[in-house]
Design a protein around this ligand. Structure first.
Ligand SMILES: [Zn+2]
Length: 339
């Protein structure tokens, strides 16, 4: 189905969708949603290279890695590929040096108005996009009013609920599920991580390359163990400190804080699932076997109460994908657990 190379992991829905798509069916905008570290940007880059590859192919996915288009792409200098990460702000006149690495709405309007220079396509990748203002979001809406031929915008986000409904509805939305442990392990191994460490990190990753890398760097231990501790305290009806989420840290933007809370929610979900399994005496492997003692010591509840609790966590995860503030999400979750 794919001609040439196409190196991605996971991305099952995206592979199915684009694998069945001809050039005529290509939309002007795609929104890739899913947790951090499951390959959204990696897929978007591979899709971009496929579109800009100059070797004739009968499929949309796949690139040769050898033509001039691929060479420029790999060097990061292809004139028809623009990639940026993070917040889109309203445009300001030249002066504000402190934000000069951030895309402004004016930059976005300009990038979206150009046609392909050497390729039939022009690909604009907005990774982990966060529109700081309605004006910034409107820059994108203008594009959809009259999109130049061949221009494709790829957005990735782990919190699609924060996008304006008017923006979201313009995009073809494709979900990226968590990776399998073996997939995470293979990516780590391909990156040169030694076998035993790769396996351990993959097991602690809950399907996210980002989390696996954090485990390898030891950076994950902070939020992981703090989240398990927070869960245990909240389950006892206490009000545990959530300073580890850095909600008052002004050096973090709203998207960073949402990512931290999303991370904590994911760990709480695992903790609750393991706690419920222990309470039911279910003979299933724990997702976090290293936390067995902590979770087994927590008071058990009736099966129905345990089910209600798991549902409340799922509901909180949905809430966290909206514009509700991270602090309120954490308070809401604590009240659900302590009930
Ligand atoms: Zn090529």
């Amino acid at each position: 189905m794919i001609e040439g190379t196409f190196e991605v992991v996971g991305a099952r829905a995206a592979l199915t969708y684009f694998g069945a798509l001809g050039p005529a069916g290509l939309s002007h905008g795609y929104l890739f949603t899913g947790p951090a570290g499951v390959g959204k940007k990696r897929f978007a880059r591979a899709l971009a290279q496929s579109l800009l590859c100059e070797t004739p192919k009968s499929t949309l996915l796949g690139y040769c890695n050898a033509c001039a288009g691929c060479t420029l792409f790999r060097a990061g200098t292809h004139p028809d590929f623009v990639a940026t990460e993070g917040t889109v702000k309203i445009g300001k006149d030249g002066g504000s040096a402190q934000h000069d690495e951030e895309l402004t709405a004016r930059d976005l309007v300009r990038e979206l108005s150009l046609r392909g220079y050497r390729s039939a396509y022009r690909v604009v990748l907005l990774g982990d996009v966060d529109f700081a203002t309605h004006e910034a979001a409107n820059a994108l809406l203008k594009f959809f009013e009259e999109p130049p031929g061949g221009v494709v915008v790829l957005l990735t986000t782990s919190s699609p609920g924060t996008l304006l409904a008017t923006i979201r509805s313009r995009f073809v939305e494709i979900g990226f599920p968590p990776l399998g442990t073996a997939e995470v392990e293979s990516v780590l191994r391909a990156g040169g991580v030694e076998a035993a460490r790769a396996r351990l990190a993959a097991e602690a990753s809950f399907g996210s390359i980002t989390r696996a890398r954090a485990v390898l760097e030891g950076a994950d231990e902070g939020i992981r163990s703090a989240s398990f501790g927070w869960f245990a305290e909240a389950m006892r009806g206490h009000t545990p400190d959530h300073g580890f989420l850095r909600l008052d840290d002004r050096s973090l933007n709203a998207a960073d804080k949402r990512a931290l809370v999303g991370e904590m929610l994911e760990i709480v979900r695992i903790a609750a699932r393991d706690w419920a399994a222990l309470g039911a005496g279910a003979d299933v492997p724990l997702l976090a076997p290293d936390q067995r003692a902590l979770l087994a010591a927590l008071p058990q509840r009736t099966p129905q109460a345990a089910a209600t609790l798991l549902a409340a966590i799922a509901e909180t995860t949905k809430l966290a994908e909206t514009n509700v503030s991270a602090g309120l999400v954490v308070d809401y979750l604590r009240m659900q657990l302590g009930a």
